[in-house]
Design a protein. Structure first.
Length: 223
């Protein structure tokens, strides 16, 4: 694997996991020293992160990790609703019911994984990712798939806001079940509506989490 690819993957994962927080400066020299590569691979990696929208210009010569605030989250969900609502409709029209039936079984068991610590949380998200992949495969539209993947990259950052709220994750699992049931039934309108409800509740939780976090770090907030 090329050094630039290694640097890109390392930085991307740190941004998605919150290790590199929003607003963190991404200086070439510092990141090159930290990652143990030269500046050129880091420069290439940073250019890719900027193209992904995970890094933005703080000045003419310095990039920083993109903001994760209420405005950016609302913008993301506006895109997700348009893309994922249509994807659910198409999946319900074009699906193989047998493939979604097995996925439904895994989703029904997913809330139990949340009692198993970090490993269980990762397994829970593996099931959620499998649903995204199955919908994308059923849609069979490369252009829509590319747009969905871009939106999901940014959604991974928002996902962190629910990690410490297992009650939200359990509710989300039930919402995913409604989407899958609609897809299996071939009900395009219900699939789109269930997706809309899930995204609405997810957005509401994300905004509440941002507000709660802001209150904790503000001068008038309390710990």
């Amino acid at each position: 694997m090329r050094a630039s690819e290694r640097a890109y993957r390392a930085l991307r994962e740190e941004i998605l996991d919150g290790v590199l927080a929003p607003g963190t400066a991404l200086a070439e020299v510092e990141q090159a020293n930290r990652l143990g590569v030269s500046r050129t691979p880091v420069r290439e990696a940073l250019a890719r992160l900027e193209a992904d929208g995970l890094a933005t210009a703080a000045s003419a010569r310095v990039l920083q990790v993109s903001a994760l605030d209420a405005a950016s989250i609302v913008s993301l969900y506006e895109v997700r609703e348009a893309l994922e609502g249509q994807a659910s409709r198409l999946a319900a029209r074009r699906r193989d019911p047998a493939r979604f039936a097995e996925l439904r079984r895994r989703l029904a068991e997913a809330p139990e994984l949340l009692d198993e610590g970090d490993d269980g949380l990762r397994a829970y998200y593996d099931v959620v990712d499998a649903l995204d992949d199955e919908i994308e495969a059923a849609v069979a539209n490369p252009m829509l798939a590319a747009a969905l993947q871009s939106a999901r990259l940014h959604s991974a950052r928002v996902r962190r806001l629910a990690r410490q709220h297992p009650e939200r994750l359990r509710a989300a699992a039930s919402e995913h079940l409604l989407i899958v049931d609609a897809i299996i039934a071939g009900d395009t309108d219900l699939a789109a509506h269930a997706t809309h409800v899930h995204l609405h509740l997810s957005l509401r939780h994300a905004l509440a989490s941002i507000e709660e976090r802001s209150a904790l770090v503000s001068p008038t907030g309390t710990a």
